[in-house]
Design a protein around this ligand. Structure first.
Ligand code: HEM
Length: 151
């Protein structure tokens, strides 16, 4: 397998890690909101979730450069797969990762009070999760016709 194949597999597999960590961090924030504490454990869960997203971003950026599915040929905006990878996937994912990164940074540095910290994580991670879920090329719906290799 070439480097492109390895990165697509990594990027595809890491999606599950990202999703599980996000769900775990959201549940943790919801359960801790009225605990009166923002523990080291909470810090670590929120940090590792963000790191997994940043690794995904890095692999995604390399894929964006080398993928044959990203090409700006004539009419790419009218081709739903080309438009998805060249524009929609990258834009929504970067917005999601930015919202999560800013939310965590506010929780860690700016906000006072444990309730506010957990709430900042809860809200930003939920918005991020929704954006990520809608911009993953799941192997059903409009991606079904692209066959194996996607999803
Ligand atoms: C949480 C963030 C992300 C998740 C969960 C995610 C998930 C995925 C998945 C599941 C695929 C399909 C892989 C396959 O063909 O099996 C994919 C493809 C792709 N992603 Fe992402 N992605 C994320 C962020 C990004 C970002 C930020 C970029 C660009 C900067 C990016 C660029 C790409 C590209 C170019 C492809 C097409 C690869 C190809 O098939 O040639 N991704 N992504």
């Amino acid at each position: 397998m070439d480097i492109y194949g390895i990165l697509v597999h990594l990027h595809s597999g890491l999606r599950w890690v990202v999703l599980l960590l996000l769900i775990y961090a959201i549940i943790n924030a919801a359960r801790s909101i009225s605990s009166g504490k923002y523990l080291k454990k909470d810090k670590m869960i929120n940090l590792f979730t963000m790191i997994s997203l940043h690794i995904q971003l890095l692999i995604g950026l390399i894929l964006y450069i080398i993928s044959p599915n990203v090409k700006f040929i004539d009419g790419w905006m009218k081709d739903s797969m080309l438009r998805f990878f060249a524009l929609e996937h990258i834009t929504l994912m970067i917005i999601a990762i930015a919202i999560i990164t800013i939310g965590r940074s506010r929780a860690e540095k700016k906000l006072e009070g444990t309730r506010n910290k957990h709430r900042a994580i809860l809200i930003s991670y939920i918005i991020g999760l929704i954006l990520i879920l809608v911009s993953i090329p799941w192997p059903f719906g409009r991606w079904a016709s692209f066959g194996a290799g996607l999803g």
